[in-house]
Write a protein that binds this ligand. Structure first.
Ligand code: R5P
Length: 295
């Protein structure tokens, strides 16, 4: 055995699917919390290459635990430890927007460079920084787009209108639209707070009488899609659905999306979520093999 996938309890089905797609062993990383909240991390003996699988939603404890796991894997046989983080956290804050703010993207990037030989992720939330390599110099840092997976999952039989809620969604909606030969429009967004957005969709009238699919990289609070769905319902869309790479929204936020008129949401299984049902394992495995990280 030269390679194994090491997964954490909360995402075992997904990490097992990756191990299966690669034809390698799966091992569980065990984590125990001390009464004061510290984590004790333990791994089984590791092969030469350890693929450590964990999405970093709710990232603070998870980040500490992956660093401890990486160290334990090296102490127990791995000479190469690769982080497979389908959802990578702390990528939004790429500048100090207010005096005194930490630039978390750079801080977390440097920590990952110090502990991993390579990193693979899906649609990191990079907006002004255009490459993961710029944040993680000196290691292989690979970012994949889930657009082909979302396109493959989209029912295009009734010629839906695709809507990207803001300019940043262009890279997903345009790619899916061109692959499926569908029409798309983009909204304009201004964010006033974590859960407050102001949105316009200049071409919303094209939604009238049609099924509309909102496409975004991330559903976090859901505020963006709630605002978009309201505009599209006002524009007399026959049906509003949504697709995203990552869905971090909790149950209450998902309810708000439903109340806003979004009849179905599909997202990848990058993060544990009731709507995260599109499996990424084969997609990741193909890339891992192409990169030669599977042995
Ligand atoms: C924005 O830049 C992203 O592409 C998403 O639109 C955004 O992160 C969604 O956040 P929320 O669901 O909290 O509106």
């Amino acid at each position: 055995m030269t390679c194994a996938v090491f997964g954490f309890a909360e995402q075992v089905p997904a990490s097992e699917r990756l191990a299966h797609a690669l034809g390698v062993t799966h091992r569980l990383v065990s984590v125990r919390a001390f009464p004061d909240g510290e984590s004790l991390v333990q791994v089984e003996p590791a092969p030469t290459t350890a693929l450590l699988y964990r999405s970093l939603d709710h990232p603070n404890d998870k980040l500490v635990e992956i660093l401890l796991a990486a160290s334990a894997l090296r102490d127990n046989g791995a000479t190469r430890v690769i982080l497979i983080a389908p959802y990578l956290a702390y990528m939004r804050q790429d500048a100090a927007f207010q005096p005194g703010e930490a630039v978390s993207q750079q801080v977390i990037g440097k920590i990952l460079v110090d502990h991993f030989d390579a990193v693979l992720t899906l649609d990191p939330h990079l907006h002004r920084t255009h490459s993961l390599g710029a944040i993680m110099p000196g290691i292989e840092a690979v970012s994949m787009s889930a657009a082909p997976l979302l396109a493959a999952a989209l029912d295009a039989s009734d010629d839906p209108l695709l809507v990207g809620p803001d300019a940043e969604a262009r890279q997903w909606v345009e790619r899916i639209a061109s692959r499926m030969r569908l029409e798309f429009v983009l909204g304009r967004k201004r964010r006033d707070g974590d859960r407050q957005v102001r949105l316009e969709i200049p071409d919303a009238d094209r939604a009238s009488g049609r099924r509309v699919v909102l496409v975004d990289d991330l559903i976090s609070s859901g505020a963006t899609l709630v605002a978009a769905a309201r505009l599209l319902r006002d524009a007399r869309a026959a049906k509003v659905e949504a697709m995203a790479t990552h869905c971090l929204a909790g149950l209450a936020d998902l309810q708000q999306l439903s109340d806003a008129g979004i009849s179905s949401i599909s997202a990848t299984d990058s993060v544990v979520s009731p709507v995260g049902t599109l499996p990424i394992a084969t997609f990741l495995a193909d890339e891992i093999r192409r990169l030669g990280w599977d042995g």
